[in-house]
Design a protein around this ligand. Structure first.
Ligand SMILES: Cc1cc2nc3c(=O)[nH]c(=O)nc-3n(C[C@H](O)[C@H](O)[C@H](O)COP(=O)(O)OP(=O)(O)OC[C@H]3O[C@@H](n4cnc5c(N)ncnc54)[C@H](O)[C@@H]3O)c2cc1C
Length: 390
């Protein structure tokens, strides 16, 4: 990549402290910082957390993670599952994946990315909360609180600070639409096959779903995406009790839903502010998964800063995927319980083959093949549209 940022003054009072400051040292921020550092940009990563390992979070992702992270992520993979079992109102279907899903521990992945960032010559400062972002005549300035308060200047800013992004707020962005995710670590018991991830659709409790993801031969996480935070934990506790599981520990947070029209880029003179990851709501709204898409978008932002291409152009491939998820979610939001039932019954051999052999993070080019593999999906969509719930 040829950098267009070499025009930044290298000496004198006009030179900001950094070429790029990345706020947020989780997966999206670290992935972007590594690319920026590799291209020789003076980059600083700031995070309010004091270490990379906590709090723990179990993720399920497709193997596309290694491609977008562009490094050896194997040490963060704690388990693999080869079967996805879908359940709704007594109907169930199994999809045997050609390439198993990866079950990844967040802290371990962040540590791998942090090492990559360090070798790219990027500076990382933990334990400092960014409180303010200001646009000045010589670029941008962030105020960081770490005991004392410090002001650091930068040419460009990446907001990788999650769904309640301070960077987005400083730019005047409207708050995100978010939903709560909560999951509990449980013992699986002798009869559970640790190669199977289960997904339950239960329309009476949530328009999203419940899951059980094994994270070792003996333990797993049971969780749900709920509609509002006030009853998320109670819904999960009821579900655990019904299925005979006991929670050893809970993990949870608010996750944004993709909002295509919400701005994620601002320009001020020669400076640019870009949002990435959850801060940009780069989240697949069917599954509310944001790890692969967040890192993918973060790499696009870094490339955009390095090469000088518009961010939107760099995001085209990711947007195609996210728009497909937006469309599917639009229909699923209108599903009654029996629509899920029907959806599973429509899973014929052709559809099963497509789902089995294609990566869920690269489905946009397969959208028509999916619809044509089971033309009755159109009727299902039409019925949901006409008689839908929302
Ligand atoms: C329980 C649970 C399970 C999930 N499971 C999956 C899954 O299986 N698959 C999947 O793809 N996705 C999953 N997700 C979603 C996934 O966790 C997020 O999409 C992903 O973490 C987004 O990463 P990020 O780097 O954008 O932001 P975040 O992980 O939110 O990180 C933001 C970082 O910014 C820092 N920060 C915030 N504000 C400031 C500030 N003012 N100053 C300095 N630092 C700041 C924070 O400390 C944090 O380190 C799950 C989420 C939850 C809650």
């Amino acid at each position: 990549m040829k950098s267009h940022l070499q025009t930044i003054p290298r000496k004198g009072v006009d030179r900001p402290d950094y070429d790029v400051i990345v706020v947020g040292a989780s997966c999206a921020g670290l992935a972007a910082a590594r690319t920026l550092g590799d291209q020789g940009l003076r980059t600083l990563v700031l995070d309010s957390r004091h270490d990379f390992g906590t709090p723990e979070r179990t993720w399920i992702v497709t193997p596309k993670l290694s491609e977008v992270a562009n490094c050896d992520i194997e040490p963060s993979v704690i388990h693999r599952t080869g079967v996805m079992e879908l359940l709704a109102n007594g109907t169930s279907r199994r999809v045997e994946l050609a390439q198993p899903d990866l079950v990844v521990e967040r802290g371990a992945l962040r540590k791998i990315l942090a090492r990559e960032v360090e070798s790219a010559g990027v500076e990382v400062r933990l334990g400092g909360r960014v409180q303010e972002v200001a646009v000045g005549s010589r670029g941008l300035a962030v105020r960081v609180r770490n005991g004392a308060s410090a002001r650091i200047t930068t040419r460009h800013l990446l907001g990788a600070d999650g769904s309640r992004s301070v960077v987005a707020e400083a730019m005047g962005a409207t708050p995100q639409r978010t939903v709560p995710i909560v999951q509990a670590r449980v013992e699986l018991g002798d009869r559970y096959d640790p190669d199977v991830t289960r997904v339950w659709f239960d329309r009476a409790r949530t328009r999203f779903f419940f899951w059980l993801i094994p994270e070792s031969p003996t333990t797993g996480v049971v969780g749900l995406i709920a509609e509002k935070p006030s009853n998320a934990r109670q819904l999960l506790e009821d579900f655990l009790e019904e299925h005979g599981y006991r929670a050893d520990e809970y993990q949870g947070a608010m996750i944004p839903l993709h909002q295509p029209r919400r701005p994620i880029e601002w320009r001020a003179r020669e400076s640019r502010v870009l949002l990435v990851g959850d801060a940009a709501a780069h989240v697949k709204v069917t599954t509310v998964g944001g790890v692969v898409s967040g890192i993918w978008g973060a790499q696009a932002a870094a490339r955009s800063l390095v090469v000088g291409n518009p961010y939107r152009r760099e995001l085209r491939a990711l947007h195609r995927e996210l728009y497909l998820h937006d469309l599917v979610r639009w229909f699923m939001d209108r599903f009654h319980g029996r629509h899920y039932d029907l959806l599973l019954r429509l899973l014929n051999r052709e559809l099963d083959l497509l789902l089995r052999t294609n990566n869920r993070d690269s489905m946009a080019s397969k959208a028509w093949s999916l619809a044509l593999a089971q033309p009755r999906l159109f009727l299902l969509g039409l019925d949901a549209f006409v008689r839908g719930t929302r």
